[in-house]
Design a protein around this ligand. Structure first.
Ligand code: ADP
Length: 293
């Protein structure tokens, strides 16, 4: 039996079903994992595979999808199971035929995301740690948002960056920013919202009815502005999306500046994952922010 056969049999065992006959096709578009459509006689599953040590990453993805689904605002795939088999870790979920994120999908997602963000959560952080890309993301419970952003988001990425060879000037500016973070939160106290956490254009699409679907989350309870900031980082979300979001849940005027502070986290993470020009992009974002102090 091949690896895949063993994984399919593990899925069958976990879900207490029989899978005798299936077809597997490879799916592109992901950044981190190998992805496949698994077509059985009864249903179609979407499965992602990685090395066995990353089963915790799939468990956290499963929990994020389940929690987002539980709040019933935005469509996300239903999780079937996750586990380890034959030298791999895997996650299996409902396969959704995805089309491009257009038509009425952006406007609907704007409304639905605002509804999701409107539901207050009890604290900043989450019940488990997860990953952003494949980088560890710490989610220790915290009641003060600036402290959370300082210690569990920016400081962690700066430490990873130092270990990944970031120059002294980036490290110095990063530290200066951490020391002055309070400036960006003067008069602004966000409530904790359940976030998608990795909402770039590649993680949003439309189903066959044209309704929005989001997937591949890095969820936690945090400031909703971080989700909106990320939609602006790499593009893919149109004016209808933002108009619908703001009509439902207007943004604080200070978002314009904090947007850069929030996206700095993702750019530092991109430096840590991919290196290259992300270092100079992170540094110019820091300069822009330090100019506000
Ligand atoms: P990665 O974790 O490697 O970034 P993604 O979760 O983004 O992978 O999935 C890779 C691609 O597979 C996506 O870009 C999307 O097109 C498609 N996809 C994701 N989830 C599903 C699903 N439940 N059903 C069908 N296709 C999916």
């Amino acid at each position: 039996m091949s690896s895949i056969d063993n994984i399919v049999q593990d899925i069958a065992l976990t879900t207490e079903t029989k899978i005798d006959d299936y077809q597997l096709s490879s799916i592109g578009g992901g950044c981190i994992n190998a992805a496949y459509k698994l077509q059985t006689t009864d249903s179609a599953l979407f499965i992602k595979l990685n090395q066995p040590s990353l089963v915790g990453m799939f468990e956290a993805e499963a929990r994020g999808l389940q929690e987002l689904r539980g709040l019933d605002c935005v469509r996300v795939p239903e999780v079937i199971c996750f586990g380890q088999a034959d030298g791999h870790s895997y996650i299996a979920m409902e396969f959704i035929t995805l089309g491009s994120f257009r038509g009425h999908a952006p406007q609907l997602l704007g409304q639905q995301l605002a509804q999701l963000h409107h539901q207050p959560q009890a604290y900043f952080g989450w019940h488990i740690d997860n990953t952003i890309g494949s980088t560890p993301q710490h989610n220790d419970r915290e009641h003060d948002w600036p402290t959370f952003w300082q210690q569990q988001r920016l400081a962690k990425q700066l430490t990873f960056a130092a270990n990944n060879g970031a120059g002294r000037s980036l490290q110095k500016k990063g530290q200066q920013l951490l020391d002055n973070l309070a400036v960006f939160f003067d008069g602004y106290t966000p409530i904790p919202s359940l976030l998608h956490g990795d909402l770039w254009g590649g993680n949003a699409a439309a189903d066959e009815q044209g309704n929005p679907v989001v997937f591949d989350p890095a969820s936690y309870y945090g400031d909703r502005e971080t989700d909106i900031a990320m939609t602006e980082l790499f593009g893919g979300f149109n004016t209808e999306f933002y108009a619908a979001y703001k009509a439902e849940y207007p943004l604080d005027p200070g978002y314009k500046v904090r947007k850069t502070l929030y996206n700095l986290y993702h750019i530092l993470n991109h430096f840590n994952l991919f290196g290259g020009g992300y270092q100079s992009q992170a540094e110019s974002m820091m300069e822009q922010l330090l100019a506000e102090i």
